[in-house]
Design a protein around this ligand. Structure first.
Ligand code: ADE
Ligand code: ZN
Length: 335
């Protein structure tokens, strides 16, 4: 089963580039930028990666991101993640980045986007991995700040496919960003949002009805509302589920309690993703492997999850078909 998962062609649809910042690279980049770190060693930093909730994690995650200053830093971070994609047979990835985390520290939007995009282009050429970008607004900041970010992004519109909404969920409902999402859609961006990770079903309803999102990031708490489940199925909206993130942030106590299989049985379209792999103890393949074990997923389930990862990506339809044909051939030969 492990070999089946490792060699399986797949896509990753929920990934924060700042969350791929491995401690070793973080130390290297902080050192070359002369940025002092709170932790004396890589091991001391790793020990701090124990979280009670989302906010606990975000506090450390934003500290780590402070080491990123130059275009080369963003390039190195992104290329390092894309190398891991190639090693895991991730053929396509949709990368979230948080511009405000950087622009609020005085780093130019252009520095961030050029570094990330240059790595995306290099990976397409050298690693046979495709990637597209999701510019995510930080929901703990104001809508006005999100509008400024949207404005910054306009000259780079051709490099960005979608907009997202992340950071501290509780107390920051999707409706807070109604106008900036409307404006983003008018600029041609596809809307997605984190919803129902710590927030309730009402936040997922808002993400659907107020922000008009095309994919739900996490969405775990949809199961508390039967009508919502039926609506998600009816609208054919996929959930980007992140099992190891959920246990790391205590959204789910134990992987055995994870509702992924229940979601699948109900007819909700789900995918498996790593969210912030440097912080949550596993890349996307580890998420597949651990979840398969915990929930007794069959090869048919794993195939369905990988198929969804292509089907619910934002790739053009002909590209999806090519990936799914490769996946089908793989499944037929290995089931
Ligand atoms: N930013 C990075 N990871 C996140 C998560 N799991 N939820 C909300 N915001 C995030
Ligand atoms: Zn996330």
């Amino acid at each position: 089963m492990q070999t089946f998962i490792k060699n399986l062609p797949k896509a990753e649809l929920h990934l924060h580039i700042e969350g791929t910042f491995e401690p070793e690279l973080l130390f290297e980049i902080a050192h070359r930028n002369n940025i002092p770190l709170k932790y004396p060693t890589v091991d001391a930093l790793k020990e701090a990666y124990s979280f009670d909730c989302l906010q606990d994690f975000l506090d450390i995650y934003y500290q780590g991101a402070d080491a990123l200053l130059t275009e080369q830093d963003f390039y190195d971070l992104t290329y390092s993640y894309l190398t891991k994609c190639a090693e895991q047979n991730v053929r396509h990835t949709e990368i979230m980045f948080d511009p405000q985390t950087h622009t609020d520290r005085g780093v130019q939007f252009s520095t961030v986007i050029h570094g990330i995009y240059r790595a995306v282009e290099a990976a397409k050429e050298n690693l046979n991995v495709s990637a597209l970008l999701i510019m995510s607004y930080l929901r703990h900041l104001s809508e006005e700040s999100a509008f400024r970010t949207l404005e910054h992004s306009i000259p780079y519109k051709h490099m960005i496919t979608a907009v997202g909404l992340d950071s501290s969920e509780k107390g920051n409902p999707p409706s807070k960003f109604q106008r900036v999402f409307k404006a983003s859609i008018e600029e041609g961006f596809i809307p997605v949002a984190h919803a129902g990770e710590e927030g309730g079903p009402d936040y997922i309803w808002e993400a659907l009805d107020v922000l008009h999102i095309k994919r739900i990031d996490h969405g775990n708490n949809c199961l508390q509302d039967e009508k919502l489940v039926q609506e998600i199925i009816k609208r054919d909206i996929a959930l980007t589920v992140c099992p190891l993130s959920n246990t790391a942030l205590q959204v789910v106590k134990d992987l055995k309690d994870h509702s992924l299989k229940k979601m699948m049985n109900l007819g909700i379209q789900t995918t498996i993703n790593s969210d912030d792999p440097a912080y949550f103890g596993g890349q996307v393949n580890q998420n597949y492997i651990d979840t398969q074990k915990a929930l007794n997923l069959t090869k048919a389930d794993i195939y369905q999850l990988a198929k969804n990862s292509f089907k619910y990506s934002f790739l053009p339809e002909p590209d999806k078909a090519i990936h799914i044909a490769e996946l089908d051939a793989y499944y037929l030969a290995n089931k």
